[in-house]
Design a protein around this ligand. Structure first.
Ligand SMILES: *Cc1c(COP(=O)(O)O)cnc(C)c1O
Length: 473
């Protein structure tokens, strides 16, 4: 393809994008594709000769689009949203156009310095004190892995990378039963081992870690010859929004000299609204915090904000050239590849800059507040229906429920009924929900957080849920 043909196609695709976003609400949210359908529609062999862009684009519409689940649909209430706001998509287009590699300051000074500034804008937006430094990681999973490697190296007096874990005391890391599976994988990859990830029981409405049980577990491990290394706290867990008592858990982490990492991948975005910061009291004492602007905040995937109280610990863990450490922070030059596991890095700060300037923090706050208020209004309506039971209360915009008809079919049949319900809702196509388990029971999650969702979209969920549920019995 010649670059002289680019603008024509760029214009067509921009028009297609605008139209897609304006009409995506008319499509069924979840793809209605059978497994193998798309694979079979794609030729088994690559083409030997050039093909026309017209043909490629036609196949994109005919083969790809029917197989897409529409994450930008205003009635996507499943998982957590992964918003691609218009300005962030434009910024991503520009980043793709210039395609800089942002591993070192000198490989793209503007990208590095914008990343520093954008992470500081986000720090202020979240109400974190000056002194936290930030880096953009590709995902919360990567940030958590980087934090686990850091807690491992600190606990081993920086001997893990050089000597491996053989002959060391087994390390122990503590978290609640509600943390994301990315924590398990970080523990595996870091060589700490699943058996050394200690699940502390939860208690209370927030389904948060019991701080006394945390301390008991640390003491028992110390007596048995283990080496406690760190604590991973959860603020807004994926299943039900479980949130640990951050201040009380950090008291204990500090008392035992343990590195602390807070996973607020989803809920962290809401902390741009001061009224939600009560959910993470004492957060300024954490060593490491991650949240995903690519979820609720509206930044096109991927963009994960990782804050560090002392980035030198992370750099000492991950830097490839030790002599570089000597210059760190001294001459004002940052090489962000020293702060993350991958070396190559995309220019992700640009879309944060476009997003924050387009809406202003106040515009973003208003969106999140709407989502939370509308979700709670829906919760109140469903709670008033005798055949529905709220299982976990709203945490930000997330809550869970169960359909419990008057002819209660008994607990395992209720699981089956609710699974049939969520499947029937998703086959219907007007909304999209997912299920989780709470204390063993299958429950249905609701969360609102799509960037363009409206109050009517959220309220439509009431009609869809009640109508389909009552049709099942
Ligand atoms: C989504 C999520 C993650 C994983 O995020 P990635 O960026 O996809 O790695 C981790 N923790 C929580 C609480 C999440 O909601």
């Amino acid at each position: 393809m010649k670059w002289t043909e680019f603008a024509d196609w760029g214009t067509k695709i921009a028009e297609w994008t605008q139209d897609y976003h304006l009409t995506v609400g008319d499509r069924p949210v979840r793809a209605r594709t059978e497994p193998g359908e798309v694979l079979n529609a794609l030729p088994e062999m690559p083409p030997e000769t050039p093909e026309a862009m017209e043909d490629i684009f036609r196949d994109f519409e005919e083969i790809v689009m029917p197989g897409i689940t529409h994450w930008q649909h205003p009635r996507f209430f499943a998982y957590f949203n992964s918003n691609a706001s218009a300005p962030s998509v434009l910024a991503e287009f520009l980043a793709a156009a210039i395609a800089p590699q942002c591993m070192l300051w000198q490989t793209s000074p503007a990208a590095t310095e914008m990343e520093t500034r954008m992470m500081d804008w986000l720090r202020q937006a979240l109400g974190l004190p000056a002194g936290f430094a930030g880096v953009i990681q590709d995902s919360a999973s990567s940030a958590t892995l980087a934090a686990v490697l850091t807690m491992r190296e600190k606990a081993l007096n920086w001997q893990g990378n050089s000597h491996g874990l053989f002959g060391q005391k087994p390390l122990r890391v503590y978290c609640s039963s509600e943390v994301h599976t990315s924590v398990d994988r970080a523990i595996w990859v870091a060589g700490i081992g699943q058996a050394n990830l200690m699940r502390i029981p939860i208690k209370g409405d927030w389904r948060g870690m019991d701080p006394e049980a945390l301390e008991t577990a640390i003491q028992a491990d110390l007596e048995s010859g283990f080496q406690p290394a760190g604590v991973i706290l959860c603020v807004g867990g994926t299943g039900t929004g479980a949130t640990d008592p951050v201040d009380r858990c950090l008291d204990i982490a500090e008392k035992y000299g343990l590195y602390s990492h807070v996973d607020a991948a989803w809920a962290g975005s809401a902390m741009i609204c001061p009224e939600y910061r009560d959910y993470w009291p004492g957060i300024e004492r954490a060593d490491s915090i991650v949240f995903n602007p690519h979820k609720w905040l509206g930044v096109q995937f991927d963009c994960s904000a990782h804050f560090l109280k002392n980035p030198d610990d992370l750099v000492q863990t991950l830097a490839i050239s030790p002599e570089y450490l000597k210059t760190h922070g001294k001459d004002g030059i940052i090489n962000y590849s020293e702060w993350s596991v991958p070396l190559g890095r995309r220019f992700r700060a640009l879309k944060l800059w476009f997003l924050i300037r387009t809406y202003g923090l106040e515009g973003l706050r208003q969106r999140l507040r709407n989502h939370i208020n509308w979700s709670r209004a829906l919760h109140n309506r469903l709670a008033a229906e005798p055949d529905f039971q709220i299982v976990t209360p709203p945490m930000w915009s997330l809550w869970t429920f169960r359909f419990v008809p008057a002819e209660n079919p008994g607990s395992s049949d209720l699981d089956d009924l609710n699974l049939r319900l969520v499947n029937a809702i998703n086959d219907d196509g007007r909304i999209y929900l997912t299920q989780t388990r709470v204390d063993g029971d299958l429950v249905i999650r609701f969360q609102a957080g799509q960037f363009e969702t409206t109050e009517e979209d959220v309220m439509m969920a009431f009609d869809v849920i009640t109508e389909i549920a009552r049709g099942l019995v």
